[in-house]
Design a protein around this ligand. Structure first.
Ligand code: PLP
Length: 477
């Protein structure tokens, strides 16, 4: 981009169109409640409205921006205050603007040398998080450990598993393709990304042991220990345990402290997946959820979920960076450089699967600086508070029942008329376009999940949504 190009967008036009895009986004956020939360289009509908062939000659940017009118009906509005599906993926002004700067400057921080700020801001801000959330000191860059930003918790878990794989096999798995005896352990409520990581890491799905959960849907440590001992007797090498802080189904909390002691005894890598719930540790009163984190070799949570740092931004902390870099590092001639040779810098390419890396640390930098610790705590506390209010309303209605503990910002509940009724209720709710919730299965029953954490949401939105759920339940009765 420059002032006079005939081919590229000029800087003057970029300025003009940039303001227009910001205006477009402002209008989007101001009117977001007018759109159906869950897109109501049929498969193929959006594509059928797109031109069959690419243009031979370029089009004006005004024209291109108007294509959003075709795409809008196919958007599910994740930032709507009435989006209560999955877990939040909360956006914020500073995160959006930081992402614009990261994209706009177009830097790629694969090596320290290719943009020192990209690396150093990332390292600095992740050290801040360790203090802000009361995590063990071993996750700081001043120790052997440290943090790194990944795209998603799935990648964070995969990298941890690869580290564990090499740790358990003394680095042999990477060099010799042998039939794996390495086993991994999850609870029956862990996220599907762990099974995927096991498959991608080449350990074989059959090496994954699914440990029974208790009545609060948390992993039973005694069952974990039992399975580990059986596996050792059978000649397997227990390698990786993934404990969850806040499962996707119900925000169940695996007992990390007890699990950690077992991992220590058998020298097994403990990975803690706190993808959504981890952000709660911003508030001292929720730090009990990470008791035992000192036993973890790796820990991940997603600021892009419940910490206002637009998708994508998952943070991964490792107690010993060498466990990751020795498993991941490949340095061909063209990546060698003076900075790396000093041995004084971090090259995050050795901590991630992709070589190229965006300046994601800037999002975290701007979010933390804009809100301050107090602002972030206020946001989390308000959501937890609102969740408790909704819980009380549901408890007051004899037709409904809450089916799992509610430690943070998710409520799992059902109508007492049974699974088929809940399935119909769920579909009818989402078809209104006024609200979007998801479902899960607990003890073989169809359960409704209502998740809270929208930047734009207030208690009034939640009250309105609850009244709508009650009304629809009466109508389909
Ligand atoms: N782990 C847990 C507990 C989750 O809830 C999720 C997603 O909601 C994930 C992992 C996967 O997250 P990501 O989409 O960042 O891979």
């Amino acid at each position: 981009m420059n002032k006079t190009s005939k081919l590229h967008m000029t800087t003057d036009e970029f300025r003009k169109q940039g303001y227009k895009v910001i205006d477009w986004l402002v209008e989007y956020y101001e009117n977001i409640e007018d759109y159906p939360v869950l897109s109501q289009v049929k498969p193929g509908e959006i594509r059928s409205n797109l031109p069959k062939d690419p243009p031979i000659k370029g089009r004006s940017y005004n024209d291109i921006l108007s294509d959003m009118d075709i795409m809008m009906p196919g958007m599910t509005h994740w930032q709507s205050p009435n989006f209560h599906a999955f877990f939040p993926c909360a956006s914020s002004g500073p995160a959006i603007l930081a992402d614009m700067i990261a994209t706009g400057t177009g830097i790629v921080g694969m090596l320290w040398e290719t943009s020192p700020s990209c690396t150093e801001v990332e390292t600095h801000v992740l050290d801040w998080l360790v203090d802000m959330m009361g995590m063990p000191e071993k996750f700081k860059s001043s120790t052997n450990g440290g943090g790194v930003i990944q795209d998603t918790a799935s990648s964070s878990t995969l990298i941890s598993l690869i580290g564990a794989r090499e740790y358990s096999s003394n680095g042999e798995f990477n060099s010799i393709a042998t039939k794996s005896k390495l086993t991994s352990y999850v609870s029956s409520h862990s996220h599907s990304s762990i099974e995927k990581a096991v498959k991608v890491a080449g350990l074989g799905k059959n090496s994954l042991r699914v440990i029974e959960a208790d009545e609060a849907f948390a992993m039973k440590p005694e069952k974990l220990k039992e399975q580990i001992e059986i596996d050792i007797l059978d000649g397997y090498i227990p390698t990786f345990v993934c404990a969850s802080v806040g499962t996707t189904n119900t925000t169940a909390m695996d007992p990390i402290l007890e699990i950690g002691k077992i991992c220590k005894k058998y020298d097994i890598w403990l990975h803690v997946d706190a993808a959504m719930a981890g952000a709660a540790a911003l508030c001292p009163e929720f730090r009990y959820l990470q008791d035992g984190l000192e036993y973890a070799s790796s820990y991940t949570f997603n600021p892009h979920k419940w910490m206002l740092t637009n998708f994508d931004c998952s943070v991964l902390f490792i107690d010993d960076r060498n466990k990751i870099t020795s498993a991941m590092s490949v340095v061909p001639e063209y990546l060698k450089n003076k900075g790396s040779e000093t041995g004084e810098v971090i090259d995050y390419m050795d901590w991630s699967i992709p070589l190229g890396r965006k300046f994601r640390g800037l999002k975290l930098w701007q979010v933390i600086n804009y809100y301050g610790i107090e602002g972030l705590q206020k946001y989390i506390r308000e959501d937890v508070d609102n969740t408790q209010k909704l819980k009380a309303w549901i408890e007051r209605d004899d037709n409904f029942e809450i089916v799992a503990p509610v430690p943070l910002n998710l409520i799992c509940f059902k109508h007492k008329k049974g699974s088929e009724f809940n399935r119909r209720l769920h579909e009818a709710i989402n078809q209104t376009g006024k609200l979007y919730i998801t479902r899960t299965k607990i003890n073989d029953e169809y359960i409704l999940r209502f998740s809270i954490g929208q930047t734009t949401g207030t208690i009034n939105h939640i009250r309105k949504s609850w009244k709508l759920i009650q009304k629809i339940a009466e109508e389909i009765d």
